[in-house]
Design a protein around this ligand. Structure first.
Ligand SMILES: [Zn+2]
Length: 286
């Protein structure tokens, strides 16, 4: 994929989640399981919080505009602040709030690609300030386990799927997967700097950690079930197989888009007009 296309897709990924005025769309919380909570609203990607006694672990940081709302929620459920901040991947809707939490003293943990991207500057922007950068990084194919507040938190590098820096977070005791944009209950994947095969393998990896009771947190959308994740993986595999078959028949990108290969899925995941061209480009790349 060329760089211009990559940037265009990455921008589109952010544009679907504008930061909204806090009063119109406040950050709200719901208890997911045990000490794990989900914060949604306030624009940008969903957050998960593992509440300890007087301290917390958090995945993703929304935007600086709603940092005080996030801090208030974390204080109400843990009595303290964010000790560890994990970024699900590098995009601004997951990392824009990093600086404020870093200045608060949070230890930021992420895939090493997140550090590479933020320290170089993202989407033509300036390098992120030091306080926003991860200080503990996980290499590709690596993983890290945190033992915090009676919970075992698995942080696992996923192959490039949505982005090159995406990870799987699994709260083992609470039985909660936080998948960020590796999963979406009601929109098709955005393949920004990864591949459809990376998506399939990341979600297969996530499902291997899950059982029937596992709760799933997506980057965008409501708290979900493992059944919804399974359906998502089936959709990815079916779409990949159908697009590959049409490419083998010599069909063009326009013909693939017109063939209705996702018709049975559109009621759940919406408009495939960005997803299908991305799969086509990926599978037809030399
Ligand atoms: Zn993203």
């Amino acid at each position: 994929m060329n760089r211009v296309m990559n940037i265009a897709i990455a921008v589109a990924c952010t544009l679907v989640m504008p930061v909204q005025a806090a009063t119109d769309d406040p950050v709200v919380r719901e208890q997911v399981s045990g000490n794990v909570w989900m914060l949604s609203g306030g624009g940008y990607a969903n957050i998960s919080v593992l509440a300890g006694e007087g301290e917390a672990l958090m995945v993703d940081s929304k935007s600086a505009a709603v940092a005080d709302q996030i801090r208030a929620h974390v204080r109400e459920i843990s009595g303290g602040g964010v000790k560890y901040l994990i970024n699900g991947h590098e995009h601004p809707d997951h990392t824009d709030g990093n600086q404020g939490f870093g200045e608060d003293g949070s230890v930021i943990i992420a895939h090493e690609e997140v550090l590479n991207v933020l320290s170089a500057g993202q989407r033509g922007g300036p390098p992120s300030p030091k306080a926003a950068l991860p200080v503990i990084t996980i290499p590709p194919q690596g993983n890290l386990t945190l033992h915090f507040a009676g919970e075992t938190v698995h942080i696992i590098s996923a192959p490039p799927a949505h982005s090159a820096g995406n990870i799987i977070v699994f709260y083992e005791t609470a039985n909660v997967l936080h998948l960020g944009d590796l999963f979406g209950p009601d929109r098709y994947p955005v393949i920004a700097s990864g591949t459809i095969d990376g998506f399939i393998s990341a979600d297969e990896q996530a499902l291997m950690l899950a059982n029937e009771d596992t709760k799933v947190i997506a980057g965008v959308g409501a708290l979900s079930t493992v059944g919804q994740l399974r359906n998502y993986l089936d959709m990815l595999k079916s779409t990949r197989g159908r697009v590959a078959a049409l490419i083998a028949q010599g069909k063009s990108g326009e013909e693939v888009l017109a063939a209705g290969v996702t018709a049975e899925f559109d009621a759940t995941w919406g408009d495939p007009s960005r997803f299908l061209p991305a799969v086509y480009r990926d599978l037809s790349a030399p």
